[in-house]
Write a protein that binds this ligand. Structure first.
Ligand code: PGA
Length: 293
């Protein structure tokens, strides 16, 4: 259904938003091209919002901005109910914007009322799946074991993964951040490596999600570098190829500092992804940083 290889065409309308002014990166910051060739990925997690025609309108607005900023890979994650419609709209517009599911079930079929499998999501047009989001872990009891099963199911079903990890405020204050992230990453890293460099990890400190409290670029970079080190234990190439996104209150006004960091390869955006202008500006900032590289 959705063909992410399609080139954007003249059908795409120029974005209505102005390109945000982006200062050149400071000396200690590294432009995208120096990040081992990893392309920026900006993903919008719509959560329990925009599940109908409003999702199609939002996706088309995102597609208009993305068409002019091909340096940046763009993904939107609507609720299950809008995946097919959004995928169709993007396909009809020949947009490169890809569609992610916010979750999947690890079984392929059977008596699992209310669940959706990887192959169903592929048929609906999704090419990505977000796995292990902290809201799934905290509100729906998703364990590291379930996350692993979902990564296996996504690999088997042809979905690329965005696997989320992150510490709570209590864990951070107790100095457990790296230990918590390591436990979460080790649960799925070997399986993620099987998809080569296609798999993505999102570092989302739980205390920063939906709170307006963003991690400082330096604090985020420290954890991202640690995650890359954990991946290197599995495979050096996998570690260098894997994009590690930051998530947690990313907005147009704080994206530049984060995306300029050496090991931050994009953003998983919640609240701001529901505002086409704000999300569009984050895409533009990533594209501009990539061009500066
Ligand atoms: P937020 O959400 O940007 O609203 O903090 C991020 C996420 O949960 O992925």
């Amino acid at each position: 259904m959705s063909d992410t290889e399609n080139e954007a065409t003249d059908e795409a309308v120029a974005p209505e938003t102005e390109v945000a002014a982006v200062a050149p990166p400071a000396d200690d910051q590294v432009p995208a091209a120096a990040k081992g060739g990893r392309r920026f990925l900006i993903a919008g997690n719509w959560k329990l919002n925009a599940g109908g025609t409003d999702g199609c309108d939002l996706a088309l607005a995102v597609a208009r901005t993305a068409a002019d900023h091909e340096e940046t890979e763009v993904v939107v994650a609507p609720p299950f109910t809008a995946i097919a419609a959004v995928s169709n709209e993007l396909y009809n517009k020949k947009s490169d914007v890809a569609v992610a599911a916010q979750n999947l079930y690890f079984e392929e079929s059977g008596a699992f009322t209310g669940e959706v499998s990887a192959s169903m999501l592929r048929i609906a047009g999704a090419t990505w799946a977000i796995i292990g989001h902290s809201e799934r872990r905290q509100l729906f009891g998703e364990t590291d074991e379930a996350v692993l099963k979902k990564v296996i199911a996504a690999n088997a079903g042809g979905l690329k993964c965005i696997v989320c990890v992150g510490e709570t405020l209590d864990q951070r204050e107790a100095g457990q951040t790296i230990a918590v992230i390591e436990r979460q990453v080790e649960a799925f890293a070997s399986e993620l490596a099987k998809s080569g460099g296609d798999g993505v990890i999102a570092y989302e400190p739980v205390w920063a999600i939906g709170t307006g409290k963003v991690a400082s670029p330096e604090d985020a970079q420290e954890v991202h570098a640690a995650i890359r080190g954990m991946l290197a234990k599995v495979d050096a190439d996998f570690s260098q190829q894997t994009r590690i996104l930051y998530g947690g209150s990313v907005k147009a006004n704080n994206a530049e500092g984060l995306l300029s960091q050496r090991d931050i390869d994009g953003a998983l955006v919640g609240g701001a992804s529901l505002e086409a202008d704000n999300f569009g500006k984050i895409i533009q900032i990533a594209a501009k940083l990539a061009r500066q590289g």
